[in-house]
Design a protein around this ligand. Structure first.
Ligand SMILES: Nc1ncnc2c1ncn2[C@@H]1O[C@H](COP(=O)(O)OP(=O)(O)OP(=O)(O)O)[C@@H](O)[C@H]1O
Ligand SMILES: [Mg+2]
Length: 454
């Protein structure tokens, strides 16, 4: 019942019936008009019989016969020069409804036709209009409405049966062709999509487009291409996952080996031998850097811990940043903030601090001594710009700033800081992007959800 085919079937029947109703309305009005005009014509003819008799008087019997033939109680024909011919029965029911056929309006005809259809009893109509054969003469006929209604019902019934037949037939044709052209291909596409989601590697459910040139053909081709790309991405992902595991294991073991090396280098640094004393600092530094690299890699490979969301004041994060950057460097680095007091974020405080710390440490490492944090609200979200006065980001790195291990201009940098910062921002439902960079500094823009009570 909810399928596309069934709805299409119902819609087609409905539309065909609707168009039949639109056709029926003028035709029933036309039908009534023709019926009444014919009556005027017959009445005109009957009245002319008077002229044929001597003294223009006809017998009662002939009068009744003529009136019966027309189906009227009374006929009055007025000629162009005012001469009147009339035929009438002595007895006729009282009361009459006047119907004028002198230049009738279409809407009026439609209204009168439906009015006639919905009557319950018989009405006596007095129909006046020009004689169809001689428009200069005016004819007035008084007759029963009942026979007119009977033929109108008959006509309507025929139209209704025909409409039902036509609509069922058309609907069946439309249904079959739509099913063939649209619904079945759609069902195949849906089936193939479901199968692909369950078993992406299984190619047996792939569809061929059979050279179709229509929209379905395009959908089939695009679907095929998309599946291939997805499969390639999945294979790549599996390889990367394996690689990630291997790197993690190596880093882990390497870190343990480096721990041993650190112990030995500590012992070496106590040696009195001047040659040994000369090389140990370099050795210790190299080992420390290697150990730090192992730790960062391990941290990155680990899944990001789940967020513990709470209201976090941006001003507090800025204060923490000041403490980390300003004091230890003897005040050579300054952190300024504007708009931060009013902004409260919905965030995991520790992780969000990492975002700011990573962006800020990059700026300081690049040589900036002034950081400005400018925040404002935009559509219920917080937009935070971190602006530094450093030398800008080297041209070759700008395209791959946020890709892990891809770009670092520092000797001991891993190229992970910005990737981590962006991952955290995205986990919060936000974004991090490089807004601008140049010789006078760089701006990173964070867009983050604000804290709400709800
Ligand atoms: N504000 C900045 N000004 C100048 N260069 C920047 C700035 N921010 C980032 N960079 C450049 O982008 C590179 C990548 O930064 P990212 O934080 O990802 O890695 P990293 O700082 O090199 O290493 P780490 O993983 O230790 O943070 C940096 O090495 C630096 O060259
Ligand atoms: Mg960094």
């Amino acid at each position: 019942m909810r399928s596309l085919s069934f709805r299409l079937l119902c819609l087609t029947i409905f539309f065909v019936m609707l168009s039949e109703v639109l056709i029926y309305t003028p035709s029933i009005a036309r039908f009534r008009l023709t019926y009444l005009t014919e009556k005027l014509d017959k009445a005109h003819l009957a009245a002319l019989a008077i002229d044929g008799s001597p003294d223009r008087v006809i017998s009662k019997e002939l009068t009744f016969e003529l009136l019966d033939h027309v189906g009227a109680y009374e006929i009055v024909v007025t000629g162009p020069d005012g001469d009147v011919r009339s035929l009438s029965r002595p007895m006729r029911p009282p009361g009459e409804v006047h119907v004028s056929l002198h230049a009738p309006m279409p809407l009026e005809l439609v209204y009168d036709a439906f009015d006639a259809l919905f009557q319950t009893g018989n009405r006596i109509l007095r129909v006046t209009g020009p004689a169809p054969m001689d428009p200069s003469a005016t004819v007035a006929v008084t007759l029963d409405e009942f026979p007119l209604r009977a033929v109108m019902y008959d006509f309507s019934w025929r139209i209704l049966t025909l409409s039902v037949l036509i609509s069922v037939f058309t609907a069946a044709l439309v249904f079959v062709s739509l099913r063939w052209l649209l619904v079945r291909p759609l069902q195949r596409i849906t089936g193939s999509l479901v199968a692909f989601r369950q078993r992406p590697e299984d190619r047996s459910t792939d569809l061929d487009d059979r050279g179709r040139r229509d929209e379905i053909g395009v959908a089939l081709r695009e679907l095929g291409l998309m599946k291939e790309e997805m499969r390639a991405a999945l294979r790549q992902r599996t390889r990367l996952a394996a690689l990630g595991t291997a790197v993690s294991k190596i880093s882990h073991d390497l870190r343990n080996m480096l721990a041993t090396a650190t112990l030995i280098s500590d012992r070496l640094s106590m040696s009195q031998d001047p040659d040994v004393q000369k090389v140990t600092p370099t050795l210790v530094k190299a080992i420390d850097r290697a150990a730090a690299l192992c730790s960062t890699t391990l941290n990155f490979a680990r899944e990001t811990p789940p967020l513990r969301l709470s209201p976090v004041r941006l001003a507090d994060l800025v204060d923490d940043l000041r403490q980390e950057l300003e004091a230890p460097r003897g005040g050579s680095v300054r952190v300024l903030a504007s708009g931060a007091e009013t902004i409260e974020l919905q965030a995991d405080r520790d992780q969000m601090y990492r975002v700011f710390a990573n962006i800020a440490s990059n700026a300081v490492n690049a040589g900036a001594d002034l950081l400005r944090i400018v925040a404002h609200e935009d559509g219920g979200r917080a937009v935070i710009d971190v602006i530094d006065n450093g030398p800008g980001i080297p041209e070759e790195g700008r395209g791959r700033l946020f890709q892990p291990f891809q770009f670092s201009s520092r000797r001991d940098g891993t190229g992970l800081g910005l990737t981590i910062a962006r991952d955290i921002a995205q986990a919060h439902g936000g974004t991090l992007a490089l807004e601008r960079t140049g010789a006078d500094g760089s701006t990173f823009r964070l867009n983050l959800p604000r804290y709400t009570d709800a």
